[in-house]
Design a protein around this ligand. Structure first.
Ligand code: SAM
Length: 236
């Protein structure tokens, strides 16, 4: 069986991982959910508290199809802020799967995304997109989020973490205090961790890792989602 396939039914069209048994996105609104969780309650929420900063360092857990990355790129253009976007993915998608996923949806992104984005999405390594308004560095790393402490480039430098793992049912081992503690340790004072999930055990694990939790309204009719802030007094 192929690991990845596009599935389509009355609930929408989406990319499914047969090995981990989960969809990559909420099929009811892929860009809507990404925008609500990672832009409105992620980048924009962080920006409100750090208005003087001209540059933001973002760590994404799970590059996947690059939907979140595109949303951040568009936000950066409108906000005129430079971005260093580091995205980890242990199982990067192959070119065929990327193309299958994007062919139906890519057209609506054409006004924003240049063709060279597409090819760079399928490669590892570093790409820099410098437009008139912003400097956007995208670094894709094939890496296991569970080993973050060994990733020396991060040090204590990350402003925003976009935690976009598969659901806690599909990958319970990623929603654990051991993982969150290592993420906390690479974040700066006043930094933000954000995700679509909201289970009590996740809140507790984040709190035990040092974060302060804020519960926000979820996307597309979901009741809740989570922001977790690094307390400002954790400054080193
Ligand atoms: C829900 S999908 C992310 C969707 C993605 N952000 C997008 O916009 O398409 C979860 C991603 O996490 C990756 N992943 C799974 N286990 C991982 C691990 N241990 N470390 C890093 N990435 C992992 C998967 O390969 C997948 O791309």
């Amino acid at each position: 069986m192929k690991r990845y396939e596009i599935r389509e039914d009355e609930r929408g069209r989406g990319l499914f991982d047969n090995q981990l048994g989960d969809f990559f996105h909420n099929r009811q609104g892929i860009f809507e959910e990404a925008h609500h969780v990672f832009i409105k309650n992620g980048c924009m929420a962080w920006r409100e508290k750090h208005q003087k900063k001209r540059r933001v360092r973002i760590l994404e857990m799970g590059f996947g199809t690059g939907v979140n990355c595109i949303c951040v790129y568009n936000w950066a253009q409108s906000e005129r802020i430079d971005v260093e976007y580091i995205s980890l993915d242990l199982y990067p998608l192959d070119m065929d799967t990327q193309q299958d996923f994007w062919q139906a949806d890519f057209s609506k992104m054409e006004p924003y995304i240049k063709a060279d984005w597409r090819s760079s999405f399928n490669e590892g390594g570093f790409t820099r997109f410098t437009q008139e308004t912003v400097d956007f560095g995208l670094q894709k790393i094939v890496y296991d989020i569970k080993c973050l402490r060994d990733l020396s480039i991060l040090k204590k430098s990350v402003d925003v973490v976009m935690f976009d793992a598969f659901s806690p049912d599909a990958q319970p081992e990623l929603w654990q205090i051991t993982v969150f503690k290592e993420i906390f340790d690479v974040q700066v004072s006043g930094g933000l961790w954000v995700s679509y999930a909201s289970r009590t055990m996740i809140k507790k694990a984040l709190e035990q890792s040092g974060y302060r939790i804020k519960i926000k309204e979820g996307a597309l009719g979901k009741r809740e989602m989570l922001q977790a802030w690094v307390p400002v007094d954790q400054c080193t």
